[in-house]
Each structure stands twice: as structure tokens, then as C-alpha cells.
Write a protein that binds this ligand. Structure first.
Ligand code: ADP
Ligand code: MG
Length: 317
């Protein structure tokens, strides 16, 4: 269990984290979602005692991080995978960590196996790919067999296979009853990984709820209609007691309607439909609405940007 209360961090005039209060419970993956610059990394560093709060408090299983004996056996974290010194082998990197934290030597081989680095354990880490570095960072987080794990944007820069592996690992760690707290700026990523969501923007708490509640509250479903006999269609729908809204470009939208019902109604009245399509507002839209006004850096949204990703994330969820 991680408990954050009134947590605040100011850098000069800049408020990076603003009176955050939330808990992260064991047994589920909790997603920590927010746009770039929202304060996720700063919060995670304060949870780990790497940064001192301006105000507020963090407790890990009821205790402050700096009062934990052998903290790696309580909390494991992946903050910045590139922070590994290249001169050592993966094995020695982990062995040094184990020895300075009272962790038995046998754990080194165990975690190397868990993350799939056994074959390259004796190789110097400076030759590692981003994905291998990420796996080594995760091995270090797992070394003390901690009940609490934190991952800061763990899938950034990974290939699909690596992303899939990390998602599966996080879920299995939570299924073992551990507390798993993982940050991302991507709603699509959270939708595939997290059961609970803590959403922040400009350092402030925007939402703290289960993923299923988030989906229920934010996924608007509607049917899109287009007809060359638009006025007659409007009359027929009106008579049937169905509420319709204008959607621009001549299209109509029926909130919460069933396509079958509308199609049959149109057929009975001899109406031609050029479009009859069930639609689902994406979780991305919901996240954008939630964080509107709390976005520090606006992403480029050209044709090649992320909407397709979001869509895929939603469908798989
Ligand atoms: P996130 O991880 O959600 O992208 P960060 O926690 O990295 O956000 O940053 C939150 C805000 O705090 C940003 O505006 C960032 O520029 C600022 N910030 C973070 N670290 C420092 C620092 N050491 N000095 C000054 N400002 C900082
Ligand atoms: Mg960050």
C-alpha cells in the first residue's frame, strides 16, 4: 500500500505537484495517468524519498521510505532505465545492488531469469538495447522481492514484443498480491494494463477510480445516421420517441440507440439510409476532456500521430 497525502512539490514558482492525496492498493495494477509535465515522475521520486516534498506526506505500508530498513525489499522501482553504468555486466550490476541491500545472492540469477536476460548476464550493459536496459531495470526492481513496485513510463521506446512482455509482467505481479503503480501519458496503454486509475494534470488530482468506472462514465455510445430523406427520417424518429442530435455534414446521431432498431424502423417506413453505424467515443477523447486545460505541452496531431493507437487500445480493452 502506498499512501500519499497532501503531497506538494514546488520548484521556485513552479508547482510541479499540487496537494495530491491518493492511495495505491495491492492486488491490482494502478495506472498513474497524466499528460507530459503533469507531475508523475516528481510524485514517484517523492514516494521513493529521492525528492523531498515541499509539503505533505508519503507512507509505504505505513512507514516513511527513509525509515525502511533495506528499502529494496519493500519497494522496487524502475525510474530511468538509462541510469545503469555501462562498464559492469548485468550480473555484477545486480550483485552489487543485492549486496548493499542485504539481498541473498541467489536472487540475482532468479531475477535475470524472470526478465529473460540469463543468456547475456555476463555481457557489459553498455552494449544493451533499450529493451534490454529496461529488462535490467526491472530485474533490479524485482531483486528484493518487494511487495510494492513502481514503474515510470516503462513502455516508452519499446517494441511491441517488449511492451507486451511488460504488461503481462505487471499484471502477474499484481495477481501475486503486490502493489503495482505504473505511470503513462497514454490512455491506450493504461486501458490495456490498469484496473485502477489515478489521473493527474498540472500536479493536481483529476480522477481516482476503477478502469471499469472510467469506461462506463466516459464511453459514450451512439448511432450515426445519414439519409437522403433526412427530414422524413427525423419525423419518423421523432414519432418513435427517439431523440436525435445534428452531427454536422448532414449526419444525425442517436444517443444510446441500437442500430438494428433504427434500421428496422427506417425499413418499415421505406426510408433509404446511406449510413447506419454504431459508434463508441474513444477513451482518448475522455482523457483529453478530463485533462483539457491541464496540458502543458500540446502534442502534434498530424495524420501520422496517435489516434490509431488510441483506437486500437480501446478495441482491445
Ligand atoms: P511528468 O513525469 O508527469 O511528465 P514531471 O514530474 O517530470 O512530469 O514534471 C512536472 C513539472 O515539474 C514539469 O513542469 C517539469 O518541468 C517540472 N520539474 C520537474 N523536475 C524539476 C526540477 N528539478 N526543477 C524544476 N522544475 C522541474
Ligand atoms: Mg515523467
Amino acid at each position: 500500500m502506498i499512501e500519499v497525502e497532501g503531497l506538494t512539490k514546488r520548484y521556485g514558482d513552479k508547482v510541479a505537484v499540487d496537494r495530491l492525496t491518493f492511495s495505491v492498493r495491492p492486488g491490482v495494477v494502478t495506472g498513474f495517468l497524466g499528460p507530459n509535465g503533469a507531475g508523475k515522475s516528481t510524485t514517484m521520486r517523492m514516494i521513493l524519498g529521492l525528492d523531498h516534498p515541499t509539503e505533505g506526506d508519503v507512507r509505504i505500508d505505513g512507514t516513511h521510505y527513509d525509515r525502511l530498513k533495506d528499502p529494496l525489499t519493500y519497494v522496487g522501482a524502475l525510474l530511468d532505465a538509462k541510469a545503469v553504468h555501462g562498464g559492469r555486466s548485468a550480473y555484477h550490476h545486480l550483485l552489487c545492488l543485492a549486496q548493499s541491500n542485504g539481498i541473498p545472492r541467489r536472487r540475482v540469477a532468479e531475477v535475470l531469469d524472470t526478465v529473460g536476460l540469463t543468456a547475456v548476464a555476463r555481457k557489459k550493459t553498455k552494449g544493451f538495447s533499450l529493451g534490454m536496459g529496461q529488462r535490467l531495470g526491472i530485474a533490479a526492481a524485482l531483486l528484493g522481492d518487494p511487495r510494492i513496485l513502481m514503474f515510470d513510463e516503462p513502455v516508452n521506446g519499446l517494441d511491441p514484443e517488449g511492451i507486451h512482455w511488460i504488461r503481462t509482467l505487471m499484471k502477474s505481479l499484481a495477481a501475486q498480491g503486490r502493489t503495482v503503480f505504473v505511470s503513462s501519458h497514454l490512455m491506450s496503454e493504461m486501458a490495456l494494463t490498469a484496473e485502477h486509475l489515478v489521473v493527474i494534470g498540472q500536479g493536481r488530482l483529476l480522477a481516482d477510480l476503477s478502469m471499469s468506472d472510467f469506461i462506463r462514465q466516459n464511453s459514450r455510445s451512439y448511432v450515426r445516421l445519414r439519409s437522403p430523406q433526412r427530414e422524413r427520417l427525423l419525423d419518423v424518429l421523432h414519432q418513435a420517441g427517439i431523440t436525435v442530435v445534428e452531427a454536422g455534414g448532414g449526419a444525425l446521431e442517436v444517443e444510446g440507440g441500437k442500430a438494428e432498431q433504427i434500421g428496422e424502423l427506417a425499413a418499415r417506413n421505406g426510408l433509404v439510409l446511406h449510413e447506419l453505424s454504431p459508434q463508441q467515443a474513444s477513451l482518448e477523447e475522455a482523457f483529453m476532456r478530463l485533462t483539457a486545460g491541464a496540458v502543458e505541452y500540446h502534442a502534434h496531431t498530424g495524420q501520422d500521430a496517435e489516434p490509431q493507437d488510441w483506437g486500437a487500445g480501446w478495441k482491445e480493452a
